[in-house]
Design a protein around this ligand. Sequence first.
Ligand SMILES: NC(=O)c1ccc[n+]([C@@H]2O[C@H](COP(=O)([O-])OP(=O)(O)OC[C@H]3O[C@@H](n4cnc5c(N)ncnc54)[C@H](OP(=O)(O)O)[C@@H]3O)[C@@H](O)[C@H]2O)c1
Length: 321
Amino acid sequence: MRAVTIREPGGPEVLTWTEVPDPEPGPGEVIIDVLASAVNRADILQRQGFYPVPPGASPYPGLECSGRIANVADDVTGWHAGQEVCALLAGGGYAERVAVPAVQLLPKPDAVTLTEAGALPEVACTVWSNMVDLARLRRGETVLIHGGGSGIGTFAIQLAKALGATVVTTARKAKHERLRELGADRTIDYTTEDFTEGTSADVILDIMGASYLASNVKALADGGRLVVIGLQGGRQAELDLGAMLGKRATVAATALRSRPVSQKATIVQGVLREVWPLIDSGTIRPVVDRTLPMSEAAEAHRVVEAGEHLGKVVLVNPAGA
Ligand SMILES: NC(=O)c1ccc[n+]([C@@H]2O[C@H](COP(=O)([O-])OP(=O)(O)OC[C@H]3O[C@@H](n4cnc5c(N)ncnc54)[C@H](OP(=O)(O)O)[C@@H]3O)[C@@H](O)[C@H]2O)c1
């Protein structure tokens, strides 16, 4: 089969569409003939050499995919060859075939194409596990979503809106109109505005980390929950515990990729139960900025690194699933 390999740590040009050995299903795993995968920020860090592949994971990039099941290990029940699925991966999505634990599979939702389904698992699992399961966002609350135009942000806005929350989001001005169409009640241009002004958020979904920590604490309401899922603004900063204490606030930070399969299985079950019906009904739509063949993964990375996209950049297997 062919896959996108990383020749050496570096710029987008180190990504090469090339012949590699076929994956074999381990116990509890299925093999997927991949139709689509999508670019996540972590893929760029991996390409640059800053995100070591977790032990046992595929060395190729790609944290999600869609396609058809090619075959299943003897001990797998409930899934069979030919089924259209998408999957949360620990790596290896930018490839014609991938092995994945069956517990990380999701059925293709009715309202989306199989290509679009390849852009859903990573954002759905990340956003649901952090904003809903961990931070307990409830109807009537206000959520501040940083980077509303990202793959994560476009999904989080729609899910928060569907849950009945008021949505405040930060993004460059050019993306604001589209984010309001997705359900954002208030858009803040982080390049010119102070997002703490007039903001009292019950939940903050943060992708910046250190550079936003103090402002995020300031923007939290009493009883507020800050969840950090990205460190685009650095990893170390001072936390004003006095401000946290006064507000009875909590701060948490999580990563999805390095979680054990058992935890990913629990998250996938939660997403299937609480998020999939919203996608099946068309309430939440995948936001696909553009679709490129996997052989042009370098161009896809260039687009995402430049921040030219809104939502997800999808990669398709040039040969189809
Ligand atoms: N912890 C986890 O398990 C997990 C899982 C998935 C993703 N993530 C993280 O979630 C983040 C989004 O991932 P993605 O793949 O969806 O990324 P992406 O599409 O590449 O988006 C990155 C976003 O960062 C925004 N941004 C840059 N500087 C900003 C600032 N100062 N204030 C507010 N927004 C700013 C950009 O907004 P503009 O384009 O408007 O400039 C862009 O929308 C990344 O940090 C990623 O590492 C974490």
